[in-house]
Design a protein around this ligand. Structure first.
Ligand SMILES: Nc1nc2c(ncn2[C@@H]2O[C@H](COP(=O)(O)OP(=O)(O)OP(=O)(O)O)[C@@H](O)[C@H]2O)c(=O)[nH]1
Ligand SMILES: [Zn+2]
Length: 355
């Protein structure tokens, strides 16, 4: 029936359910995000029966000194007397230093790991801590109103939900009267992304462009911990001076982990970890962004060649791989200060940023 949601739509719904703290069903298992779990929901989930386990990422498992057997996901057993606080401490590194002995953990091996893998992906897409509770198999199918996600709902690696151009209008800007803002929305109802087009860029030539990732602290609050605010303004200034160009504002806050997790990462940085280590302790890759979004937007706007303002080789590589030619890399070195010097040095040393 055409009114039935597709697997992708059910997956997107599940993402929102986990943010609200409501479990979802995957086959004969129930999953819930640890971050939004409550002691009552935990008790309710346990009462359903079935094995109780947690899904972690390999990075979080490494910090907890547990070795997994399933490659990109780690399953650990949850003892019957393990309480809500134990689960939260396993998921959240905030108290790792103060309280290092959380184990011993027992990794599960044998059997399938797909449900745990999907649970981690849902948590990441929901911008929650990447740790989930998994309960099952459950004997009786319940009619509970829970969202039921088919196991094959995950987009295959390399696929992204297609973006659709929603609206655009003229916006006179400080850097140019001839500004225009375009809004793009993914079909899966996820985060919208924006493009600021300046002047009348010639579609047959490489366009001066910037792929900027949202940084609430740097872009809006004048944070000295990174270089985002000055980079945003310098990129716009250069586009204004040349009279034509496009700045993509991708809502991938905190290199794709969301602002709540970025503030967790900052708290870990205050404990002495660098920007990459902090992401890893939380269970994330050092960069969870998907730069293919940028290529998709450029193509929707009719561009297929760019002069890209960036110091990040991963951005130029991904553009080329996504069919947008990088005719030139334009360096964008602004905003270094005593507070972010170590951060910029870490990005150069560990993430390959060009100095
Ligand atoms: N997780 C995390 N994200 C951060 C941190 N500091 C800044 N960010 C985020 O990093 C991103 C920086 O984006 P960009 O400036 O586009 O990317 P870049 O990789 O530095 O590349 P270029 O600026 O193009 O050279 C933004 O999403 C910020 O919110 C941090 O310490 N941890
Ligand atoms: Zn920033």
């Amino acid at each position: 029936m055409t009114l039935t949601p597709t697997p992708e739509e059910l997956f997107s719904r599940a993402r929102n359910e986990l943010r609200m703290g409501v479990p979802v069903r995957v086959g004969d298992h129930l999953i819930a995000a640890v971050e939004t779990l409550s002691p009552q929901r935990l008790a309710d989930l346990r009462s359903v029966g079935g094995e109780v386990s947690m899904a972690l990422t390999p990075w979080r498992a490494r910090t907890l000194k547990v070795t997994g057997y399933d490659g990109d996901v780690v399953r650990i057993a949850v003892a019957p007397d393990a309480d809500f606080r134990w689960m939260l401490a396993t998921a959240d590194p905030a108290t790792d230093l103060a309280n290092p002995l959380k184990g011993p953990f027992r990794a599960l091996r044998g059997g399938a790991a797909e449900i745990h893998r999907m649970a981690i992906q849902l948590c990441k897409e929901a911008h929650l801590l990447p740790s989930a509770l998994v309960v099952g198999p459950i004997a009786e199918p319940m009619s509970s109103g829970l969202v039921d996600v088919p196991l094959d709902a995950i987009l295959p690696a390399g696929a992204t939900s297609p973006l659709v151009a929603v609206s655009s209008a003229r916006v006179p800007l400080e850097i140019s009267d001839a500004g225009r803002v375009h809004v793009f929305r993914p079909r899966d109802g996820g985060e919208e992304h924006y493009a600021i087009e300046v002047g009348q860029p010639d579609r047959s030539k490489p366009v001066l462009s910037r792929l900027h990732s949202a940084c609430f602290t740097g872009d809006l609050a004048g944070s000295l911990k990174c270089d985002c605010g000055p980079q945003l303004r310098a990129a716009l200034d250069q586009i204004g001076q040349e009279g034509a160009g496009v700045l993509l504002y991708l809502n991938q806050e905190g290199r794709g982990i969301g602002l709540a997790n970025k503030m967790r990462a900052y708290a870990l940085q205050d404990q002495g970890f660098d920007t990459v280590e902090a992401n890893h302790r939380l269970g994330f890759e050092d960069d969870e962004r998907d730069f293919r979004l940028g290529a998709q937007i450029l193509k929707l706007l009719g561009f297929n060649s760019v002069r890209l303002m960036t110091n990040n080789p991963a951005k130029t590589a991904m553009m080329d791989a996504s069919g947008v030619n990088v005719a030139e890399r334009v360096a964008l070195k602004v905003g270094e200060n005593p507070q972010n010097a170590a951060y910029l040095a870490t990005k150069a040393a560990k993430s390959g940023h060009l100095l």
